[in-house]
Design a protein around this ligand. Structure first.
Ligand code: SF4
Length: 498
């Protein structure tokens, strides 16, 4: 059996009964005494992979909407004593919310009778989101597997049980339970022990650390607000954290007020952006990664020698835009068709450069195609793909064979994060990108006993920790580091903030 599911009443059990053959529903009856007996009997007769308690409940928070699902992260008794902490709440709630259900994470308090009026207020004062009569009794049993609690709000402090509105509230609560049932089954199917292989290196690179520190120091030195042109690095969490400190992210310089301080992102800018900023008298702090700046220098070196230049990269990426703006007439090459269509004035004077965050295999493929058409083509002295990109891809490749699934932490607009997903996939392993632990779909984890985890160069390390903590809600997790290299690269901060 995969899931042992407790529900107090027949109509709740009926709402929760899916078509999953490995779910067994136990109807406890109402109240803690009956719930205790049912839990003790079930513990003797069943060996489930996961246990859940579900049903309707009374909402305690003012303004609650009937039909809201409360996923418990804690269960307390009526004295406020903690009966159980439930680490699976975050993942379960995120998966319920992703189905369009209204979900809140909160504390469930269990009482031995129906409560009204002031008594409800007293329970709310304990920090509880909803009240029931059975959960604490069921969780008093020491279950040796992951446990989850979902309660659907049927009535609220404003419209209590037995009022006319409660009938409608009850229907909404049962509908919410019906929608939650398949997710509970997925959660149970994903439960079990697993191993997490941690790719090393992963997460922040030297260029990203420098860029983030540059914004923080700019805020300290020049005061908020400090404007940042484009995302300082391509990660939603980094941007949100800096916004709380006073950074204002803009798309273009015309959104920056006269006299303000503006930081250029790690991806670099074209000379026209620099001259616009200078002409407007803006205080500029340049957080361009030195490895991107190196590519810009190569452009100018080749252009100074009269070469026609092609840039291997992705259209629309901030770094590509900045590099293309360094000189007129640079042609962007994204695939073999672009190589075929390339018009060259003098095949003896052709040079290529690349975006820093591509996959080396993709670059060699396109450089090969260019060299076959234009044998005299020249490239940079040292490869443009940066050390951090190469190391993270190498680390993923090294562990992909041993994984059932690889989860890459990072935001969708991060180029190097997207490449990590591609590298794992090309190595024959299922791979997914998650912005944080809330993006982990329970369906992915069914049968995933070994999960590889890495993070793009712009993703904060704490997100990897959070992902592993969320996985612990599904069962014991053994973590193994799989480091292929140790990085100790540092870039000095821009002069303005040193
Ligand atoms: Fe610099 Fe590479 Fe990091 Fe981009 S990924 S910021 S190029 S070190």
């Amino acid at each position: 059996m995969s899931l042992l599911l407790f529900a107090a009443l027949r109509f709740e059990a009926r709402a929760l009964s899916g078509r999953h053959p490995s779910t067994f529903i136990v109807r406890t009856g109402v109240g803690p005494a009956k719930a205790t007996r049912a839990a003790q009997r079930s513990a003797l007769t069943h060996r489930p992979a996961a246990v859940a308690v579900a049903g309707v409940a009374g909402g305690l928070r003012p303004g609650m909407v009937p039909g809201t699902l409360i996923v418990a992260d804690r269960v307390i008794d009526s004295t406020g004593k903690t009966v159980a902490e439930l680490p699976s709440a975050q993942l379960l709630a995120a998966n319920l919310a992703s189905r369009g259900l209204k979900v809140e994470i909160g504390t469930i308090v269990s009482c031995d009778r129906v409560v009204h009026g002031r008594a409800r207020g007293d329970l709310a004062a304990l920090g509880a989101a909803a009240v029931d009569m059975e959960t604490a009794a069921i969780l008093a049993e020491p279950w040796d597997c992951p446990v989850a609690v979902i309660r659907a709000v049927a009535d609220t402090p404003e419209k209590e049980l037995w009022s006319v509105a409660t009938l409608a509230g009850g229907r909404k609560a049962l509908a919410a339970l019906r929608s939650a049932a398949p997710v509970l089954e997925e959660w149970a199917a994903a439960a079990g022990p697993r191993t997490v292989l941690l790719a090393g290196p992963r997460s922040f690179c030297a260029g990203v650390e420098r860029a983030i520190e540059t914004v923080k120091r700019s805020l300290e030195r020049f005061g908020a607000p400090v404007y940042v042109r484009r995302q300082i690095v391509h990660n939603r969490h980094v941007v949100q954290e800096l916004e709380t400190k006073g950074a204002v992210f803009v798309h273009e310089l015309d959104e920056v007020p006269d006299g303000a301080t503006v930081v250029f992102s790690a991806h670099g800018v074209s000379p026209s952006i620099r001259s616009t900023a200078a002409a407007r008298g803006l205080q500029v702090v340049d957080a361009t990664c030195p490895l991107v700046a190196k590519v810009h220098h190569e452009v100018n070196r080749f252009a100074g020698k009269g070469y026609q230049i092609v840039l291997i990269g992705h259209a629309g990426h901030d770094e590509t835009e900045g590099t293309l703006g360094e000189q007129e007439g640079i042609t962007l090459i994204e695939n073999e068709n672009d190589v075929e269509a390339l018009v060259v004035e003098d095949p003896e004077k052709l040079a290529y450069i690349t975006q820093t965050t591509l996959a080396p295999a993709d670059v060699s493929h396109l450089v090969g195609a260019l060299s076959r058409r234009f044998p005299a083509i020249v490239g940079p002295h040292a490869a443009d793909i940066c050390y951090a990109t190469q190391n993270r891809q190498e680390a993923v490749l090294a562990m992909a064979d041993d994984c059932d699934l690889v989860a890459v932490v990072g935001s969708p607009n991060s180029s190097n994060t997207a490449r990590l997903v591609e590298v794992a996939t090309k190595a024959g392993c299922r791979a997914v990108m998650v912005d944080d632990e809330k993006d982990l779909q329970l369906g992915w984890l069914k049968g995933t006993r070994t999960l590889g985890v890495t993070a793009g160069a712009s993703a904060p390390p704490v997100l990897v920790d959070r992902l592993i903590d969320a996985l612990r809600g599904l069962g014991p997790v053994q973590v193994e580091e799989r480091a292929v290299r140790v990085e100790n690269v540092n870039f000095p901060l821009p002069m303005e903030v040193r």
